[in-house]
Structure formats: C-alpha cells, structure tokens
Design a protein around this ligand. Structure first.
Ligand SMILES: CC(C)(COP(=O)(O)OP(=O)(O)OC[C@H]1O[C@@H](n2cnc3c(N)ncnc32)[C@H](O)[C@@H]1OP(=O)(O)O)[C@@H](O)C(=O)NCCC(=O)NCCSC(=O)C[C@H](O)C(=O)O
Ligand SMILES: [Mg+2]
Length: 295
C-alpha cells in the first residue's frame, strides 16, 4: 500500500442548497469538502442548487482545500447536466453516487474525455448499493488503470442500509464485513478509502469511537455532515504521539551501524522487520504532512 499524497481525514458534505453552509467552508479545518447536488438537495431545488454552486465556486469565497462535487447519477434526469456543470466548476474530483459497477465509472470517464477535461480531474465512487459491494473487485481494478480517473472509494452507509435492510447499530457490527471488503478492494486498486457518515452529529463521543473503528479497519478518513465532527476526525486519523514515537524508534534502530544490513532485529522485546520499517516511515511521512497542513 502506498501513502497517498492527499490528506483525507475529514471530508465534509455541504449541501449545494445551503448557501450559508457553503460560505462557512473556507473557515473550516476539514481536509476536503464534497459539495452535494444529490441526496441533500430536494428534486425541485436541483437546478437552482447547481447554479448556486457554480456561482459560489467561481467566487472569491471558493475554499482552498480539496473540492469534490457529488453529482446525481448519470442515469437520472439531472446527471448529464450535473456532470457538465461540475466539470466547468474545476473541482479536484467528481463524486459518482449509486455506482453499481465499473461501467458507471467508465461512462463518466468517457463523458469527461469528450469535454477534454484534464486528466487531473479525478472520479470518486460511492460504494452504497448491494451491486457495488458484489462488484468491488472490478471497480477497484480501475484504480490500477493509468487511463482511468478513479482515485477514491467513499462508503455510503445510509443507502447501503436502506437497500439491504442491514441494521445501522452504533457499533456497525453488521456493516463491518462490507466496510472491510471495501478497504481491501481500495488497497488492491491503490485507491483512497473514506468511511461513511455518522448521522448522530450531536453525539461526539460516539462519533470519535466510530472514527477509531474506521481507522482500525484501515480507512484513510471519514465523510462528515457537520463542522463539529471535523476536529475529532482530524485527531483520530492522525498518528498518535505514541505511534509516532514508536515509528521514530524503529527508524533509529535500523539506522544503527550494527543493524544496517539486517532484515530482522529485536526492539524492546518485539520482533521488528523491514516491513515494519516501511510502515514506520509511512507514519512519519503522514505526521509530517499533517504538521505542514495544520501549521
Ligand atoms: C445535519 C444538518 C441539517 C444540521 O444543520 P443545523 O441544525 O443547521 O446545524 P447547526 O445549527 O448545528 O449548525 C451550526 C453551524 O454550522 C453550519 N453547518 C452545519 N452543517 C454544515 C455543513 N455540512 N457544512 C458547512 N457548515 C455547516 C451551520 O450553517 C451553522 O453555521 P453558523 O450559523 O454560521 O454557525 C446540517 O449539518 C447538514 O445539512 N449537513 C449536511 C447534510 C448532507 O450533506 N447530507 C448529504 C450527505 S450524507 C450522505 O448522503 C451519505 C451517503 O450518500 C449515504 O448514503 O450514507
Ligand atoms: Mg447515499
């Protein structure tokens, strides 16, 4: 697994129907925002929300962090217009909802190519339908195709629960197998993996637990619905002081002259191999990236 250059600890959804929330983004410490044209916007508001977002992203108030735009499904009555409008907004990524399989991603990719969109414009895919779970391997395979734009998988746990009947319990015990499958697919495809939202945005203790579980599952970060969730997500998805100290100790141990040519060493009663050195370097690099960003 390679460290992604992008930090995506906290990825905040902002409804494109809510101008006040959109304006607030620039002052927030989230790593990325997803301006939503899909489920946070009522059908009758869709055209006005699209126009509001276009004007906002063309204004001086456009936030400086990574920006994604979630469009409606291309199969919906709004999809094609959303895609063309989003492309013109010059976001970093377009997030495709309700992806069932690789065909949905390739279709969006081809439509962007027809507009001569730059290759730097990425596609992110929501994993939120039963078929997307069954097709995870094939979707993630696109991440290894240099000609495809797919760079990120985003869990949609509300839709997954809606379409499957899986109960959304606080500990997410029934969802966990599918979330783990998603992380595995993302790693196989060299993609970023972002966890789903926690709806109960006033319960920050439960939210922090959910972030810790997501991190333990291997996710890079979490999607959020409220600014109060940003701080806890940024803290949980950063290496802890203890993890950083341990990583530095591993690097220091392998740097000692007596250990330089060795594949395995003993450190404080633990076996440490070169794969642990690689992991340690990754933790140090992530901590460095976070320090630079948070300065
Ligand atoms: C959930 C909310 C409707 C709550 O809104 P509200 O009651 O207004 O919250 P507060 O009064 O506590 O807000 C305090 C201030 O923060 C601003 N705010 C709130 N939410 C956001 C936001 N998302 N981004 C930016 N700023 C925000 C308020 O404007 C207040 O500002 P101020 O007065 O200046 O202090 C609301 O939080 C909300 O709409 N959240 C986003 C909902 C959303 O986008 N849903 C769709 C994505 S989730 C999803 O679909 C996942 C997936 O597809 C799946 O299937 O699971
Ligand atoms: Mg959804």
């Amino acid at each position: 697994m390679q460290e992604k250059p992008h930090l995506r600890r906290s990825v905040l959804y902002v409804p494109a129907s809510n101008e006040k929330a959109m304006r607030k983004c620039a002052s927030l410490a989230c790593d990325a925002v997803i301006f939503d044209l899909e489920d946070a916007v009522a059908p009758e508001e869709k055209p006005a929300a699209r126009e509001r977002l276009r004007a906002f992203l063309a204004s001086e108030e456009r936030p400086r962090m990574e920006v994604a735009v979630r469009i409606n499904a291309l199969s919906s009555e709004w999809g094609t217009e959303d895609l063309l409008a989003a492309r013109a907004m010059r976001p970093d990524a377009i997030l495709l909802p309700k992806v069932d399989g690789p065909k949905d991603v390739l279709e969006a990719d081809a439509a962007l190519d027809e507009t001569d969109a730059p290759r730097s414009l990425a596609l992110w895919a929501m994993i939120e339908t039963p078929r997307s779970i069954l097709n995870l391997g094939a979707i993630a395979e696109l991440g290894r195709d240099p000609a495809a734009r797919l760079s990120c998988l985003v869990a949609g746990t509300n839709d997954l629960a809606k379409d499957t009947g899986i109960a959304l319990t606080p500990d997410r015990r029934y969802l966990a197998p599918f979330l783990l499958q998603m992380v595995m697919a993302a790693r196989a495809g060299d993609l970023c993996a972002i966890d789903g939202v926690s709806n109960d945005f006033r319960d920050l203790e439960a939210f922090e637990r959910s972030c810790a579980e997501a991190r333990a599952m291997g996710f890079d970060g979490k999607t959020l619905i409220h600014p109060a969730q940003i701080g806890p997500a940024n803290a949980v998805f950063a290496p802890s002081a203890e993890a950083l100290a341990q990583a530095e100790a591993v690097v220091e141990a392998f740097d000692r002259p007596e250990n330089r040519g060795r594949g395995v060493i003993s450190l404080d009663g633990r076996m440490v191999e070169r794969l642990h050195l690689e992991m340690a370097r990754r933790i140090i690099a992530r901590a460095h990236t976070i320090r630079e960003k948070d300065q």
